[in-house]
Design a protein around this ligand. Structure first.
Ligand SMILES: Nc1ncnc2c1ncn2[C@@H]1O[C@H](COP(=O)(O)OP(=O)(O)OP(=O)(O)O)[C@@H](O)[C@H]1O
Length: 224
């Protein structure tokens, strides 16, 4: 369960280019939900996702994850929370082009204590995502849809309970985007993972259980 209370984020505080990226965000997200986050460019969607995923900290407010207050944690402890609970998927896949599929998926395991059965775990995930036969292929030989499957496998390798996806279908054509969304739906349904997807695509958002709408750093509507 995610609980944000009165969260604000100010970039470049007290400088001439100060930005109030998030203002007074109150949000409760039940474990096991699948929600879309929508809003115009620059409205604060990525900022919100970064704070939720412990990649950044809020300027004010409180963030509780499963009852644990995160706001006051040291960087090291926050990183441990991030590695334990979150998997990230981004629009441009963020894969290493001249590594194989297998090697890309295993990257998060380098930062984890959880290194047992590395190969088996990776192959099982690639199998689930229809990418097992590409395990030894280099990323530069893959299509966009295949790359995003690899990125999803990498996000899942540490068995996080929350997947944060920032425009995961943004670089894909409609059909491939739908296929990638179907993967998120499957992970959500079969593994009961919380899935939060930032998207500009109404069709994608409508297939989630609810939508959070952000405008100018404020939540203007929550439909769930
Ligand atoms: N590191 C940063 N330093 C300064 N300003 C930033 C930084 N990151 C984001 N901003 C500003 O904060 C505001 C919110 O940005 P954010 O990237 O969260 O919006 P977004 O809704 O994800 O946008 P987009 O849909 O274009 O990705 C914008 O005005 C942006 O310019």
């Amino acid at each position: 369960m995610i609980e944000l209370k009165n969260i604000s984020k100010v970039y470049n505080k007290s400088k001439s280019n100060e930005v109030n990226a998030l203002q007074n965000i109150d949000l409760k997200i039940e474990a096991g939900s699948m929600l879309a986050i929508m809003g115009p460019s620059g409205s604060g969607k990525s900022t919100l996702l970064n704070i939720l995923g412990c990649l950044d900290v809020a300027s004010a407010g409180t963030y509780k994850l499963n009852g644990q207050e995160l706001q006051s944690l040291s960087r090291g402890k926050l990183a441990a929370v991030r590695n334990q609970h979150f998997g990230f998927v981004v629009q441009d896949f963020a894969l290493i082009e001249d590594y194989t599929v297998m090697k890309n998926v295993e990257i998060p395991l380098h930062y984890s204590k959880n290194k047992v059965n590395k190969k088996e775990k990776t192959l099982a995930l690639l199998d689930m995502l229809g990418m097992k036969e590409k395990a030894s292929e280099y990323v530069y030989n893959l299509s966009g849809g295949q790359r995003q499957r690899v990125a999803i496998a990498r996000a899942l390798i540490n068995n996080p309970d929350i997947i944060l996806a920032d425009e995961p279908t943004g670089a894909l054509d409609q059909k491939t985007g739908e296929q990638v969304l179907a993967i998120f739906k499957k992970i959500h349904k079969e593994q009961n993972k919380t899935v939060l997807i930032v998207t500009h695509d109404e069709k994608i958002a409508k297939q989630c259980e609810g939508i959070i709408n952000i405008v100018d750093g404020k939540i203007v509507k929550k439909s769930y």
